[in-house]
Every structure is written in structure tokens, then in C-alpha cells.
Design a protein around this ligand. Structure first.
Ligand SMILES: [Zn+2]
Length: 247
């Protein structure tokens, strides 16, 4: 469940990610009544098995069986803040009828993995999962930033050869080598930002749970993601802006 929108007295429009990666919008009648059987099931972040029937404009939810409540994300404020950009990017980029089978399993794993960020001995902060998830989702959507080669001339840029302040072209989609940087419009990313973004992109959430990224560095990665998402998706994620502004 990605989003709940109030409708009328007691109904809810549910925006959902289907297991084939397409978006579903359906009305759950009476879902805001405390007595409704939908009340505890159709919550943001929950995973449900639904029985839908075709309505006039939107489908109608007839039955909902809870598969994974993900209550930890609603109970803990820091986890909720970290999970919000995950559902917001899906809400804004997935479409009815447009399938991608990688999105649903990846999202389930990420939401569940966030639980580890709340344990007493947790190493990675919740935002590490957010950044990792956004990078992976962007890659699935076809907007993977190129970190390993110059986007202008194609020469490889190995981690050892990364300068401490690396030119990066938002428009062309990746790193720019020193000899090409004079001819293209670039921003500057720190070496650590590039290395962390790369690590977050290519690691599993289990691996990410061991990442110890300092708060300033996490912020730099998230600010980079903010710019990248604006440039390539033409949207801004309010929940990501919020996460950044309060760190
Ligand atoms: Zn180059």
C-alpha cells in the first residue's frame, strides 16, 4: 500500500503497487470506520492479498488479507521517515498497466530490512536504506547514474583514480573525466559521495545494514539523489526533502 486518500465520509482510495510492478487504485468502502475489517489492513506499507471487483471508474476492494503488516514503519518515527520516500517514488512513477516485476519484491525486502535499523546494535542508519532503495529503484526505472566511466568519452574511472572532488554531469547522467570536464556542465561530488552511492546501489539490504556512513556523508548522498530525481524524473519527493531538511 503506497498511499491512502480520503474519499467521502468513510471511504479510502488506496494507491497500491501490484506484484507485477504496476499501480492499482481502488476504493475501500467504509475503510475509515473503526469497525471496518479493512481498518488495520489497508495501511500504508502493509502488504495485502486483495480481491478486487471492477467499479465504474476505480476498482472496489471486496476483501483484504494481510500478508505483512510492517507495523514497525508506522510505530517508529525515524523508520517511517525513512520509508516514506520509498513509497512516494513508487506512487509518483508507477502506472496502471505498466509492469516491472522487479519493483514489488525489492520493495518488500527494503521495507522489511528497515526493521534492522531500529535494533539496539544497528550499524546503518535508516536513511542508508532509503538511499540504497532509491538508487536501486532509479536503476530499475532506467535512470542509473554512471559512476565507473566518463559519460562523455567512455574512459573508465576506477575508484583509485577518483579525484577528491569529482565532476559529475546531471544532464548526461554520470561522472566526467578531468579532460572532458571543461566542455560539459557539471556539479562536484566528493569522492566519498561517489563511493558510497556506488556501494549503496550495488549492495543488498543485508549488506547495507553493515554500512556505517557518517551523517554529513549520508546527507550529501541524499542531496545528490534529490538533484538526480528532479533532473531525470522531473519530480521532487516531498518526503526526501523533509528527511534532508531535518538532518
Ligand atoms: Zn571523458
Amino acid at each position: 500500500m503506497l498511499r491512502r486518500t480520503k474519499l467521502g465520509e468513510s471511504d479510502v482510495i488506496c494507491t497500491l503497487l501490484s506484484c507485477d510492478g504496476s499501480q492499482i487504485r481502488a476504493v475501500a468502502k467504509g475503510a475509515r470506520k473503526p469497525s471496518s475489517s479493512f481498518a488495520s489492513r489497508l495501511e500504508v506499507y502493509s502488504v495485502c492479498d486483495l480481491l478486487l471487483c471492477q467499479g465504474k471508474t476505480l476498482d472496489i476492494v471486496k476483501e483484504a488479507r494481510l500478508l505483512e503488516g510492517n507495523e514497525h514503519l508506522r510505530r517508529d518515527y525515524a523508520l517511517m521517515e525513512a520509508a516514506s520516500p520509498m513509497v512516494e517514488i513508487l506512487d509518483k512513477t508507477t502506472q496502471v498497466g505498466l509492469e516491472d516485476e522487479r519493483l514489488f519484491p525489492m520493495t518488500c525486502v527494503a521495507l522489511k530490512a528497515l526493521k534492522a535499523a531500529n535494533l539496539e546494535n544497528a550499524v546503518a542508519s535508516p536513511e542508508c536504506y532509503t538511499a540504497g532503495y532509491l538508487l536501486k529503484t532509479l536503476a530499475v526505472l532506467g535512470f542509473r547514474p554512471r559512476f565507473d566511466a566518463c559519460v562523455e568519452c567512455g574512459n573508465s574511472i576506477s575508484p583509485e583514480r577518483l579525484p577528491s572532488r569529482a565532476p559529475f554531469s546531471l544532464v548526461d547522467g554520470g561522472m566526467v573525466c578531468p579532460s572532458c570536464s571543461y566542455a560539459s556542465e557539471t556539479i562536484v561530488l566528493s569522492r566519498d559521495t561517489v563511493l558510497w552511492a556506488q556501494a549503496l546501489l550495488f549492495s543488498t539490504f543485508e549488506e547495507i545494514s553493515h554500512f556505517e556512513i557518517e551523517v554529513d556523508e549520508r546527507l550529501r548522498v541524499m542531496r545528490f539523489l534529490q538533484l538526480w530525481i528532479r533532473q531525470h524524473l522531473g519530480i521532487s519527493l516531498k518526503s526526501l526533502d523533509y528527511l534532508i531538511s531535518f538532518r
